[in-house]
Design a protein around this ligand. Structure first.
Ligand SMILES: Cc1ncc(COP(=O)(O)O)c(C=O)c1O
Length: 411
């Protein structure tokens, strides 16, 4: 007898993917019903910030984060092309080794100008910015008090840092205060909030929340991913709009929305902020973004500083679509338009998928969102407007919603 394990004697492996069987079954049932796969859309050709050929059809895009329509801005494209020709396609290294090029420095300068803040650090994505900053600021023994509807990247940052996580009811000022009161005296505390919550498109009561956090000796981090470029006098976000930006310790943002490229960042006035470049693992242990992306981003950020007209048109689009959908009888995520996101609440996943497909056949793309991404187990059709949508396009979109909603029996 030997104790060598042979192919014949090896134990049956435990299938580590078996836990996902319910998801596989739900998806298969949906596709078996003949619905186009909502999570496998292909853009064969992009015609403009608001139109693309999707699954072979000319489609209006109402489900991208291209709020300010910067993806096709000629200056943004030209800056990227020149940087790629001059500096090559990629960095092949971390920011702390060989991955800091002229344009990484320049985009951080553009962010400091945009936010009028002392420090800016760029990450490879917004996800990594939250992962890195939150996990580095709040570690074992510290407390993170966060809105229960926070983005996955915020929760993942909390898990990575192993701080004590204390969630409170969505946008509930009293609940935040109650949680803060229960935290031991002298403990490190980070309150994490978002400007705009991306599923329902609602805005946080930052004015009250930041005041309460400060009164309890907490530092405050606000993720302004969905408000940068659009909300606030200078497009700095909800904290600017509600007059509390000077009391916020850290602002997190992304280039993948209004800026129209890819990347993430944190800006701050904290005098010790630069040390994070040495100790933040998702900054140190990953390759820096390509110089072309940095040059395009810097150009886009500086143009957004003068985007007042675009901001005004985007608000007009948001108001028109919100009112139009309400008048048609759809149930919406917010009573009033609060951002560029309008969530249309579906009765269930099946109806939501049917409605999503009916809209796609009409020539309209929106996001089908469902748990765990959505709060309270809801299925949503999430519409995100762009400053480049024309007033006529918004009317066309309303016509599409009316026909599809009647055909599926939602209105
Ligand atoms: C609130 C919030 N934070 C962070 C991110 C991550 O941004 P990125 O796409 O740059 O990873 C998102 C993306 O959807 C988001 O909604």
């Amino acid at each position: 007898m030997t104790d060598t394990v042979t192919a014949e004697t090896a134990a049956e492996p435990v299938d580590l993917l078996a836990k996902f069987d319910p998801i596989i079954q739900t998806r298969e049932a949906l596709l078996a019903a003949g619905v186009e796969d909502p999570f496998n859309l292909v853009m064969e050709q992009v015609l403009s910030p608001t139109r693309a050929i999707c699954n072979g059809r000319d489609t209006i895009l109402l489900g991208t984060y291209n709020y300010m329509g910067m993806t096709f801005d000629p200056d943004v494209i030209a800056a990227g092309k020149t940087a790629m020709e001059d500096f090559g396609a990629g960095t092949t290294g971390s920011r702390v080794l060989n991955g800091t090029f002229r344009d990484h420095r320049d985009v951080e300068a553009a962010l400091r100008e945009f936010y009028a803040m002392d420090h800016a650090v760029v990450f490879s994505t917004g996800y990594q910015a939250n992962l890195g900053i939150i996990s580095t600021l709040a570690g074992k023994g510290d407390y993170i008090i966060l809105d229960i509807d926070s983005h996955a990247s915020i929760y993942d940052g909390c898990a990575m840092g192993r701080a004590e996580v204390v969630p409170f009811k969505h946008n509930d000022v009293e609940a935040l205060e109650k949680r803060l009161k229960r935290i031991p005296e002298g403990a490190g505390k980070l309150v994490v909030l978002e400007g705009v919550y991306s599923m329902m498109g609602d805005v946080a009561p930052l004015k009250e929340m930041v005041r309460i956090a400060k009164a309890h000796g907490a530092m405050v981090l606000v993720d302004e991913a969905h408000s940068m470029g659009f909300i606030g006098e200078h497009g700095r976000g909800v904290a600017e709009d509600q007059g509390v930006i000077d009391d916020v310790d850290f602002i997190i943002g992304t280039f993948s929305k209004s800026v129209g490229t890819v990347g993430g960042f944190c800006v701050s006035n904290h005098p010790k902020f630069e040390v994070l470049r040495l100790v933040c693992r998702p900054y140190v242990f990953t390759a820096a973004l390509p110089p072309s992306v940095m040059a395009s981003s810097a150009t886009s950020i500086r143009k957004l500083m003068h985007g007042g007209n675009k901001r005004a048109h985007l608000w007009e689009n948001s108001r028109t679509l919100h009112k139009g959908l309400r008048d048609l009888g759809f149930k919406l995520g917010t009573e009033t338009p609060q951002s560029a996101i309008i969530a249309v609440i579906m009765p269930d996943l099946e109806k939501g998928a049917m409605m999503w497909e009916a809209l796609l056949k009409e020539g309209l793309y929106v996001n089908l969102a469902r748990p765990p991404a959505t709060p309270a187990g809801m299925t949503l059709l999430r519409c995100s407007l762009c400053a480049e949508h024309s007033a006529e396009q918004v009317q066309t979109i309303l016509g599409m919603f009316e026909r599809a909603g009647k055909a599926i029996g939602i209105i």
